[in-house]
Design a protein around this ligand. Structure first.
Ligand code: GLA
Length: 390
């Protein structure tokens, strides 16, 4: 991979002398969906697929971005004196947003840089290709410009800040945190209220985690996502008229049931119910995993899907087909939609001896029903973003 990127780098920028090499993973969330902007818990892990980058400081104030996945955009050139979002920059608005966010936080760059990327996270799959690129850029900037005072958690927050304020998606912290802080063979149990986190080893002796890509991405994902956030904020405001809470994640399901009549709007009520119960499911699921009770973990994944489908309404027909098919296969421990929703991927835990049947039979039936193929990936849990050549 390094050679491929460095050859391209040399072709575009004269030579690759002094260029440095980086990797930033994608992520999959095992449980705890749409809880991160509600002060709840999440349980994601970093993947071994992700975004590779080659980068080198320049003498002038220009930044050059090039993606080997989207070569039709050519080299996107931006001056450090004009850090503004432009539609024509397309994908490069993600790394550019991070440069802008660094400046906003007081880290203004004096020199520009050249950056070539290549990634193997399927686009629009809900496996966080954008967070991967944001954290990659953060790692590149701190390394190239010798900024030692920013931790990996800071880079996660800067990535989220840029996505919220430069690219217009009001996402929570889960994706950038998982990408920055991932640890091989572990998932991260993060409390987004306190930002305390613990690693939990994922040791499945007789099962695999499988991601199934529906290969659909419905439009308006970002606006529907922002709507959900707003509905939760409105539900919280209604509860706060009598309760002293800062986030929906402060409520146990029991306390929520006691006070839910404060929420008058039926849609807001459903959204809040999901946020509160999903938070509890995530806490229960991690406890079950620690006790070695993978069956219970799987049941909680299934309940998570039902809640995301019926109460949070972020699933879609294609994803429901994948999950329904998975639930019918003996040896499937749990299956649910993962990520922001409206298409993308499911995540399933499947007994080793059921993996072939899972892929064959879901693959075939999905194609018959939807008209195109799904893709399957076995999850290998990897480390967070870093420079990988020195
Ligand atoms: C997207 C967002 C995350 C999180 C998930 C849903 O991936 O970027 O912050 O809210 O959706 O759990």
């Amino acid at each position: 991979m390094k050679k491929k990127l460095f050859d391209k780098f040399a072709e575009l920028f004269g030579s690759a002398d002094g260029a440095r090499f980086y990797f930033s993973p994608g992520r999959v969330n095992l449980i705890g969906e749409h809880t991160d902007y509600n002060g709840g818990h999440v349980f994601p892990c970093a993947l071994t697929i992700g975004t590779y980058g080659a980068a080198r400081k320049r003498e002038d104030r220009m930044i050059h971005f090039y993606s080997m996945n989207l070569d039709s955009f050519g080299v996107v050139e931006v001056s450090l004196d004009d850090l503004t979002y432009k539609k024509a920059y397309n994908w490069a608005n993600y790394p550019l947003g991070v440069v802008w966010a660094f400046a906003e936080k007081g880290y203004k760059l004096e020199n520009g840089f050249d950056m070539v990327i290549w990634g193997n996270i399927p686009n629009g799959s809900g496996l966080s290709s954008s967070a991967s690129l944001e954290v990659l850029t953060g790692v590149i900037l701190t390394d190239l410009f010798g900024i030692d005072s920013l931790s990996m958690t800071d880079l996660a927050f800067i990535g989220q800040y840029s996505e919220n304020n430069f690219n217009g998606c009001n996402c929570g912290i889960m994706d950038q945190f998982a990408v920055a802080m991932g640890k091989k063979d572990n998932a991260i149990f993060l409390d987004t209220n306190t930002m305390k986190y613990e690693y939990a080893p994922i040791v499945l002796e007789d099962a695999k985690i499988i991601i199934t890509n529906s290969k659909v991405k419905h439009s308006l994902v970002d606006s529907a996502y922002n709507d959900r956030r707003q509905e939760c904020a409105d539900a919280l405001a209604a509860l706060q008229s009598e309760l002293d809470i800062k986030a929906l994640g402060d409520l146990t399901p029991e306390k929520f049931e006691e006070h839910k009549d404060l929420i008058k709007d039926p849609v807001q009520l459903k959204r809040a119910k999901h946020a509160v119960y999903e938070n509890q499911r995530t806490i229960d699921a991690v406890a079950a995993l620690r006790e070695g009770n993978i069956t219970k973990f799987g049941e909680l994944m299934n309940q998570s899907h039902i809640s995301l489908r019926d109460d949070y309404e972020v699933s879609c027909e294609e994803i429901d087909i994948l999950v329904d098919l998975a639930w019918k296969i003996p040896g499937v421990i749990g299956s649910r939609i993962t990520g922001g929703g409206f298409g993308g991927c499911t995540v399933s835990i499947v007994k080793n001896d059921a993996v072939d049947t899972f892929i064959d039979s879901i693959g075939r039936t999905y194609k018959e029903k939807v008209g195109h193929e799904a893709e399957f990936y076995t999850v290998d849990i990897g480390d967070g973003a870093s420079r990988i050549d020195g």
